[in-house]
Design a protein around this ligand. Structure first.
Ligand code: 4F9
Length: 250
């Protein structure tokens, strides 16, 4: 997979990609990330990449020519036809489904703008879609681009040590995870739930599904409104609501 990132801070992006699962996946060649800096495409002596907004107001707007040239240069090094995506609070919310779609492509180009954003004409002429990672404003799109890259690259075959992890995740799509525990069995007076200490796999599965659906119900009812409950889930939820075994911390 070939990923391009247009950014005024190529080092920030590259440095962040050097660690953990992501760092190892890139090292092993499962994906390659190339950056392109609009400043390298600025024509004037001051290397201008932003200017004051027409119509007035605070902040600055990305100058069209250097941003368009950087996008074109980055796109020319990627497989033909891959989507060009701008990170923006005005974009479509990033979901695991979108992440999975991106993971199936030969590549994509992420454009991380600064200031009040890009001149709209660059978006109109060069961008295929806009992605938001949440309803808040960042000082630039770099961290949003890194979120997209992290979420996608960890899904590539071979990126996780244990491929079951991502299969189980997509199986559990639309549900929050259940709680996890490791040794020691007792810590600061708190115990690992008894069911997890034994080897009754059916009971463990039952407990995990119940925790997962009940947590989702309490903390993220919007996820359940979207997809509804299976009959097993509504049975587990009713059992657990009757016993109130789930923490509502969140
Ligand atoms: C990008 C916010 C993606 C949320 C980019 C300022 C952004 C953002 N999701 N905010 N520049």
């Amino acid at each position: 997979m070939q990923i391009g990132v247009v950014t005024l801070f190529p080092e920030l992006v590259c440095d962040a990609l050097a660690h953990g699962v992501l760092g190892r996946a890139l090292e092993r060649g499962l994906a390659a990330v190339q950056t392109e800096d609009p400043r390298a495409h600025a024509g004037d002596a001051h290397r201008t990449v932003d200017d004051r907004p027409y119509g007035g107001g605070p902040g600055m707007v990305g100058t069209p020519a250097p941003w368009a040239a950087a996008i074109d240069a980055a796109a020319s090094r990627l497989p033909a036809g891959v989507p060009r995506l701008h990170l923006s609070a005005q974009g479509a919310p990033l979901t695991q489904q979108r992440v999975q779609e991106l993971a199936g492509l030969p590549g994509f180009l992420l454009v991380a703008s600064r200031y009040e954003g890009l001149d709209q004409r660059v978006i109109d002429s060069r961008i295929d879609g806009e992605i938001s990672i949440g309803d808040y404003v960042l000082s630039g799109g770099e961290f949003a681009a890194l979120v997209v890259i992290d979420a996608v690259v960890r899904l590539l075959p071979g990126a996780l040590g244990d491929e079951r992890s991502s299969v189980e995740e997509s199986f559990a799509a639309g549900r929050l995870d259940w709680p996890h525990y490791t040794r020691p069995v007792e810590w600061e007076g708190r115990s690992v739930p008894t069911v997890l200490q034994g080897g009754n796999h059916a009971a463990i599965r039952h407990w995990r599904l119940a925790q997962s659906v009940t947590r989702t119900w309490v903390r993220r009812p919007d996820l359940i409104v979207q997809g509804g409950l299976s009959s097993e889930e509504s049975r587990l939820l009713n059992e657990f609501l009757a016993r109130r075994e789930v923490d509502d911390n969140g």
